[in-house]
Design a binder for this molecule. Structure first.
Ligand SMILES: [Zn+2]
Length: 261
């Protein structure tokens, strides 16, 4: 056994020491398929946060999952709410981060709530979003992409249409998804805000690691002082440091998970 790798049980305790006390018990160690996959799915594409997120992931040899609004970098972009007031990255940055191995995926044309508008209008906005990505993000192919619904707000009609347009989409639903299989295209997630969320991922990840195998998707946003429900960069660093030391825990963006069946 790799001496650097801790058992999941031991690390759960370490993860839990700070704010939640020691979690005891658990019979998860001898499971046949111990695979626990974790995706931290970073939305909204703030420039400073995205650069920092990528740097922290690179420190551990990992790829970040960054979901960006197609028009947020344009001068005429209207903030959908106060949680978008920080400068967003542009496609020069997204191409650079993609080249460095990070997953850059669409998060709406203008961060619209697609559940609250007519189906045809929602389809038009998604098409416009995917068109911008196809034009401005190198090697982007809509049919290979993951559409991350703004506000995780979708309708069944829209999902049924979208599943033929993209490879997968992320929306509201159970945060613990099944291990990937060929028919998995609807990915659920959890998210928390609007204040700093530092204690929440620690707690929910610890609970996930105590449970059966699966794929946990946590939808986060900016770092430090940026965006809705920000995560401290120091905490992200610590979390990845701990999680990368646990056996059978994988930290991956969405597409490599879907590719891993
Ligand atoms: Zn968003």
């Amino acid at each position: 056994m790799d001496k650097k790798k801790l058992s999941r049980r031991k690390t759960i305790k370490i993860l839990s020491l700070g704010a939640f006390g020691i979690i005891t018990g658990g019979s998860f160690i001898n499971q046949k398929d111990p695979r626990h996959i974790i995706t931290l799915s970073f939305d909204d594409g703030f420039e400073k946060s995205s650069i920092r997120t990528a740097e922290i992931y690179e420190k551990y040899g990992l790829s970040a999952c960054i979901n960006v609004v197609a028009t947020a970098h344009q001068d005429q972009f209207e903030f959908p709410n106060e949680y978008h007031k920080w400068p967003a990255g542009d496609f020069n940055l997204w191409n650079d981060l993609k080249k460095r191995g990070h997953e850059i995926m669409p998060h709406g044309y203008k961060h619209e709530n697609l559940r609250d508008i007519p189906l045809v209008q929602a389809q038009e906005l998604i098409n416009k979003c995917l068109d911008i990505f196809s034009k401005d993000l190198k090697d982007f192919k809509a049919e290979e992409s993951v559409f991350n619904f703004p506000y995780n707000a979708s309708t069944l009609e829209l999902e049924n249409w979208l599943k033929n347009r993209v490879r997968a989409f992320r929306t509201s639903g159970e945060a613990v998804n099944p291990l990937p299989h060929k028919d998995l295209f609807r990915i659920g997630c959890i998210s928390f805000g609007p204040e700093n969320i530092d204690k929440h991922p620690e707690k929910t990840i610890s609970e996930f690691l105590e449970g059966p195998p699966g794929w946990f998707v946590y939808n986060t946003h900016g770092l430090d002082d940026e965006g809705w429900g920000p995560l401290s960069s120091g905490l992200l660093d610590e979390l990845l440091d701990k999680l990368t030391g646990i056996e059978n825990v994988e930290i991956l963006p969405i597409i490599p998970v879907l590719d891993s069946i």
